[in-house]
Ligand binder design. Structure first.
Ligand SMILES: CC(C)(COP(=O)(O)OP(=O)(O)OC[C@H]1O[C@@H](n2cnc3c(N)ncnc32)[C@H](O)[C@@H]1OP(=O)(O)O)[C@@H](O)C(=O)NCCC(=O)NCCS
Length: 148
C-alpha cells in the first residue's frame, strides 16, 4: 500500500468514499476541492492506494487561532473504504498526516468527531489521541449580499 498526494484523477474514488463518510459529493465538485487544497501549502490531502485502487483518504491542514499561541494541525476528514477497514489503512493515513505536521515543526494534531462515531473515537484513542473536550457546533445560513 502506498500513501500519496491526492490527485484530480482520484476524484471519483474520493467522492465514493466521501459518501461513506456521510458527505455525498459529486465527482466534479470533489475534483475542484482537490485542486483548491493542492494549491494551498497549509493543506494536504492524501490517499492510500493498493493495486491501483483507492482505499481511503485523509485531509489535514494547519489551523491558526488568535487565542492559541501556536498553530496546530487538524484532521479535516478521514475515511477508509468499508471493505478495507481493519487492515491498517486508517492508521497509515493518520501516521502520514502526523508526519506532515512534524515536517512543519507542528507537534499538536487534533480531530473533531461527531459524538456518534464511537468506533472512530476508539480508533483514534488506540493511536494515542486523548479526548480533550466535547463541543456543540452551531451553524447559521446567511443571506448573501446582491452584487451591485
Ligand atoms: C475510523 C477508520 C478511519 C479506521 O480505519 P481502519 O483502516 O479500519 O483502521 P486500522 O485498520 O488502520 O486500525 C488501526 C489500529 O486501530 C485499531 N482500531 C481500529 N478500529 C478500532 C476500534 N473501533 N476500537 C479499537 N481499536 C480500533 C486497530 O485494531 C488497529 O490496531 P493495531 O495498529 O494495534 O493493529 C475507519 O473505520 C472509517 O473510515 N470509519 C468510517 C468513517 C469515520 O468514522 N471516519 C473518522 C471521522 S473523524
Amino acid at each position: 500500500m502506498d500513501v500519496r498526494t491526492m490527485m484530480e484523477g482520484d476524484a471519483e474514488a474520493v467522492a465514493n468514499l466521501s459518501e461513506q463518510l456521510g458527505y455525498p459529493m459529486s465527482t466534479p465538485v470533489i475534483r475542484e476541492r482537490i485542486k483548491v487544497v493542492n494549491a494551498h501549502p497549509e493543506h494536504s490531502a492524501l490517499v492510500a492506494e493498493a493495486n491501483g485502487k483507492i482505499l481511503g483518504w485523509i485531509h489535514v491542514y494547519v489551523a491558526q487561532l488568535i487565542e492559541s499561541p501556536n498553530s496546530y494541525v487538524e484532521i479535516g476528514g478521514l475515511v477508509v473504504d468499508a471493505k478495507a477497514r481493519g487492515s491498517g489503512v486508517g492508521k497509515a493515513l493518520v501516521r502520514a498526516g502526523e508526519h506532515w505536521a512534524v515536517e512543519r515543526r507542528i507537534d499538536d494534531i487534533r480531530v473533531r468527531s461527531n459524538t456518534k462515531r464511537t468506533e472512530a473515537h476508539a480508533f483514534y484513542q488506540h493511536l494515542g489521541y486523548k479526548v480533550q473536550k466535547t463541543q456543540v457546533r452551531l451553524v447559521k445560513r446567511l443571506a448573501l449580499l446582491n452584487p451591485e
